[in-house]
Design a protein around this ligand. Structure first.
Ligand SMILES: C[S@@+](CC[C@H](N)C(=O)[O-])C[C@H]1O[C@@H](n2cnc3c(N)ncnc32)[C@H](O)[C@@H]1O
Length: 216
């Protein structure tokens, strides 16, 4: 896909003070699916540079809390209800920190995780699904029953199986492509609502990927 750095959403984000054009994807998806409510505890996986963090912090409001996680350092977004954590979503250290901060009663887990693109289509799709499974594994450990999960993946052969895994852990799963998605991008978002709880997730395999060194 040709890189299109300065499209309308890019310019809008610059003008409105969002760190990334991706902010408009979360705004649209939240309007349509009501993922985050005031007072919610939210975990944002793959949060750098921080567009989704800015949006999630506004939606959760002062009574809420948003924890942003990324391999890359994130500049503070200037909102008091935001905490930043630099780490790998597959590491035990990151998982333990998230459990400690959130007390495992998170209302919404967001994942906009993306692999560093190799240009080899199948490898990039596979890595994207691996990240989505890693996000699901964390979501199953952090969400409260009834919680929501929004996850990005690239479209490929494994997506159907992943969507099936999601539907075993959540009441509803919808596939969607927000307007701000770049033209020609193969990314899609899965919006899963109504977490069925850790017991159900464990029964169905809690298959959201393994810890580092044991990736599926
Ligand atoms: C598309 S960007 C996220 C954009 C962000 N949602 C925003 O609105 O600004 C994807 C992010 O996933 C992060 N990422 C990829 N693999 C990761 C991993 N294993 N653990 C943590 N973050 C990871 C990358 O560093 C990158 O910053």
């Amino acid at each position: 896909m040709a890189y299109q750095p300065k499209d309308a959403f890019y310019r809008k984000a610059k003008k409105e003070g969002f760190r990334s054009r991706a902010a408009y994807k979360l705004l649209e998806l939240n309007r349509r699916f009501r993922l985050i409510s005031p007072g919610d505890r939210v975990v944002d996986l793959g949060a750098a540079p921080g567009g989704w963090l800015q949006v999630a912090a506004r939606l959760a409001g002062r009574a809420g809390k948003v924890i942003g996680v990324d391999l890359q350092p994130i500049e503070p977004v200037g909102q008091q209800n935001v905490m930043l954590l630099q780490g790998d979503i597959f590491s035990l250290e990151t998982e333990d920190k998230l459990k400690g901060i959130s007390a495992c009663s998170v209302d919404c887990v967001l994942s906009d995780l993306s692999p560093r693109l190799s240009g080899i289509r199948d490898a990039d799709i596979s890595r994207s699904i691996e990240l989505a499974r890693g996000a699901l594994r964390l979501a199953c450990r952090l969400l409260r029953p009834g919680g929501n999960f929004l996850v990005k993946s690239f479209v490929g052969d494994e997506l159907g199986d992943f969507a099936q895994e999601l539907s075993e852990c959540f009441d509803t799963v919808q596939r969607t492509r927000p307007e701000a998605t770049r033209k020609g991008s193969s990314e899609i978002y899965l919006c899963a609502k109504g977490f069925r709880g850790r017991a159900q997730a464990a029964e169905t395999g809690d298959s959201g990927g393994q810890r580092q060194g044991q990736r599926v």
